[in-house]
Write a protein that binds this ligand. Structure first.
Ligand SMILES: NC(=O)C1=CN([C@@H]2O[C@H](COP(=O)(O)OP(=O)(O)OC[C@H]3O[C@@H](n4cnc5c(N)ncnc54)[C@H](O)[C@@H]3O)[C@@H](O)[C@H]2O)[C@@H](O)CC1
Ligand SMILES: [K+]
Length: 483
């Protein structure tokens, strides 16, 4: 089952439904115990609980209530807990009473030398950036790498939008985020701001949430299982032949990278059309490369655009390709032409996958992506009735029905020239193998991100290194031990 992320409204609806069945305060009790056990785990990992120091920053809502109840659990374990109330008159009354009764102290300033700071400023009820008092508290903390406390956010890092993941300024940057029942959009869309996300079961049922409130992520195992590999009855044609159209004789790099990635991503056959045909074959002899569409032979899907130029010949070729009834992935220069000639995709009945980065997205949509990337990608896919893969550290893939899959690359090593060409070739291969544009895009994005991490191992990489790591990445996703 893919991992589900929900909007704040959908989370509230599920909580209310469960709350009706449970005694008052049950959900908060479970949530706060979850926060406390994550903090205890962290303290144990770094030397034990007794005598350790935890500071709790408490806002005006139930998020602060969770934090105070968690503080009560910690205080009973011998942790020295202090709480800073940002809005003392609005602090959660039951939580504050429990905290005090357990031996916690309310302070006017957080002391130095804390081991953990719990962010209970706001959760899904938060709006906008941290307000000045909270900003001053978090701004004064020494970062963990310099010996300061680790920050554990309750539900989400305050100052980050629950639904869009917009990181307002200022906002909390958490090392660990503890959330309840189901992940929220923010945990994917602002993953770097959340740190490690820990999900605590509080007994709510979120399976009834509407697709419009849901954002999905594939697990590694799911990507591994869906990756096409040859079966006993397969031959080079039956697995899907991909056609790559990229690069030029003058700039062969995109052609070599995209076709190499297509070869690496699946077995079977890769065809190529372009003026860099000879260069492509000299790098990847298995590619069947020609100069014109008329000579190309049959394929099951096309990946078209990287470095192909935008002149009249390129436009004519793109028009021919998009006039076929085959699945087509359009990237880079191809997107520039599609933005200028939306009619190229307007009447397509066959699957179409557009793979813009933010700049190309703005050209297609007519406006910047903006802070709400999720809504932006969903709207473009709906308006154009195509699948749109918006690239970035968090890649989002929306299909025309509004379903969105996301992938957190986990690191930014793939932000290097030519990495997009590699993604095009990979996703094109998966389209040719019969995956839907959305699954092809999501699986390729996951394997691409994994390849970048494997290739980098802590040092910068170029796209050739990324390409070389595509096979090892697929192997790992498939759970194959190659040793
Ligand atoms: N509803 C439920 O059944 C459960 C809720 N839980 C907790 O409750 C939280 C939601 O609680 P609330 O709805 O009370 O909302 P929050 O506690 O997230 O925040 C709302 C309060 O913060 C103020 N506020 C909004 N933006 C602010 C900002 N930028 N700076 C400072 N203050 C700001 C609002 O005026 C309001 O008083 C969840 O995130 C979760 O932590 C959990 O206990 C699990 C169960
Ligand atoms: K919080």
């Amino acid at each position: 089952m893919p991992i589900r992320h929900l909007t704040a409204d959908a989370v509230r609806a599920a909580e209310h439904a469960a709350g009706d069945l449970l005694a008052n305060g049950t959900l908060m009790r479970r949530a706060s115990r979850g926060v406390a056990s994550v903090v205890i785990e962290e303290l144990r990992r770094t030397g034990g609980c007794y005598g350790r120091r935890v500071g709790i920053v408490v806002g005006a809502g139930d998020n602060g209530g969770d934090a105070l109840y968690a503080g009560a659990v910690l205080a009973r374990r011998g942790v020295a807990c202090v709480a800073l109330l940002l809005a003392p008159e609005k602090a959660h009354a039951g939580g504050l009473e429990g905290f005090r009764r357990a031996g916690g102290h309310v302070v006017g300033d957080l002391p130095d030398a804390l081991d953990v700071v719990i962010d209970g400023v706001v959760g899904i009820g938060g709006r906008g950036p941290l307000r000045p008092a909270a900003a001053a508290v978090f701004g004064a903390l020494t970062p963990p790498e310099d010996g300061g406390p680790i920050i554990v956010a309750v539900d989400l890092p305050s100052g980050v939008d629950a639904d869009t993941g917009e990181v307002h300024d200022p906002a909390v940057r958490a090392d660990i985020t503890v959330t309840f029942g189901v992940r929220r959009n923010v945990h994917l869309l602002a993953a770097p701001q959340c740190g490690r996300v820990r999900l605590v079961d509080i007994g709510i049922d979120t399976t009834g949430a509407a697709e419009a409130d849901t954002l999905w992520t594939l697990t590694d195992a799911e990507v591994g299982r869906m990756w096409p590999v040859p079966g006993p009855a397969d031959d080079k044609y039956s697995q899907g032949v991909v056609g790559v159209i990229a690069g030029s004789a003058r700039y062969p790099g995109a052609a070599i990278l995209a076709s190499g990635a297509a070869v690496a991503a699946t077995s079977g056959m890769t065809r190529f059309i372009g003026s860099a045909a000879e260069e492509v074959v000299s790098h990847h002899p298995e590619v069947v490369a020609v100069h014109t569409h008329a000579d190309a032979g049959r394929v099951q899907a096309w990946a078209v655009g990287p470095g192909m130029g935008t002149d009249d010949d390129a436009l004519a070729l793109l028009r021919d390709i998009l006039a076929t009834d085959l699945p087509v992935l359009v990237d880079a220069d191809g997107l520039t032409m599609v933005a200028a000639h939306p009619d190229l995709v307007a009447d397509r009945a066959a699957p179409t996958l557009l793979t813009p980065h933010a700049g190309e997205f703005a050209r297609l949509a007519g406006s910047e992506v903006g802070p709400d990337r999720l809504t932006a990608v969903r709207e473009l896919a709906h308006r154009w009735q195509v699948t749109v893969l918006l690239k970035g550290r968090i890649t989002l893939i929306a299909d025309p029905t509004g379903a969105v899959l996301g992938n957190d690359a986990g690191a930014s090593w793939a932000s290097t020239a030519g990495a997009g060409d590699v993604l095009s070739g990979m996703a094109g291969s998966l389209l040719a193998a019969g995956l839907s544009p959305q699954l092809a895009g999501a699986a390729a994005a996951r394997a691409h991100a994994h390849a970048a991490v494997l290739a980098a191992r802590g040092a910068p990489i170029g796209a050739s290194d990324l390409l070389a790591a595509v096979r090892p990445a697929i192997r790992e996703l498939r759970g194959v031990d190659a040793s």
